[in-house]
Design a protein around this ligand. Sequence first.
Ligand SMILES: NC(=O)c1ccc[n+]([C@@H]2O[C@H](COP(=O)([O-])OP(=O)(O)OC[C@H]3O[C@@H](n4cnc5c(N)ncnc54)[C@H](OP(=O)(O)O)[C@@H]3O)[C@@H](O)[C@H]2O)c1
Length: 300
Amino acid sequence: MPNNNLHITGHTRIVGVIGAPVEHSRSPQMHNAAFAKAQLNYVYLPFHVRPGEVARALEGFKAINVVGINVTLPHKQAVIPFLTSLSREAQLIGAVNTLSFGEGQIHGDNTDAPGFLQALREFKGEVSSESRQHAGRDSSFPEGEDVVVLGAGGSARAVVVALTLAGVASIVIANRTVSKAIALAEEMSKKTGVTMHGMGLADSQLPATVSQSALLVNTTSASMESSQPLLISADWLQPRTMVYDIVYTPPITPLMQAASSVGCQTLGGIQMLVHQGAIAFEKWTGVTPCTEVMRQALSL
Ligand SMILES: NC(=O)c1ccc[n+]([C@@H]2O[C@H](COP(=O)([O-])OP(=O)(O)OC[C@H]3O[C@@H](n4cnc5c(N)ncnc54)[C@H](OP(=O)(O)O)[C@@H]3O)[C@@H](O)[C@H]2O)c1
């Protein structure tokens, strides 16, 4: 939806997103709606940056005083060599989704990890949607819990890092390609000291592991298609297990439906998407945005 309140002046500050492609991104709607609501003179723009053009794009952003940039595929790793500093989350994940510019410096963050936790804690009622100061540091759920993560791709890396920062007891990573699950578990366990184990989706241990877990997180794109069979059986789920599917299209996935039918609490990915954006917004402007306006602007 166009932002009819947009008034570009000589004072307008620029933020945006780089990707290839970038046309599908809903971040411009989400951020511009929040800028309008907060009455901030900022504009958020999409920039199609081809692979191989990242260094030139970043130099250009520095030269024209861009405030901040979100980074989407395929540049999340490619930007790293050009940064002046990197947050601990981004280092652990090995990918960056938010850049902040200032005085010739570029700082890289990954807001997917704190966004994932903020949405979880908001759902559990432990923090309000407008207060992010404790995200990533609270000593509450899922601290001390055993967790299963389905998937071993880019978003699984952010989720696993978030869970370790939240102090979970153990993480089992189950993935279609077993070697990726084992490699991710070994890498993250070594980096964080948290007990982790990688296995395949057909592993005979998976049903019991899911049954005993307090939290099951789906990070696979398999969950987007209602025609696809569920990656796990709903029979493995106990009502005490919370199911968090970070997929946001559809907002209620077949996995969430199956989990609800056996009495589990479920959470989808829209609030994670909103909070990863809200955390970037706050880093750039120093202002806490209205997350309800951001969510509505996504039109999901
Ligand atoms: N809510 C949010 O803010 C947020 C943030 C990031 C991502 N996401 C969503 O998370 C999903 C994954 O994103 P990603 O960046 O992690 O993608 P990715 O790096 O491409 O990883 C995809 C994962 O899904 C698995 N997978 C794909 N199709 C499968 C199938 N048919 N059966 C079993 N496993 C399958 C892959 O397994 P293999 O390794 O075997 O290929 C891999 O583990 C997307 O839907 C994305 O929109 C949401």
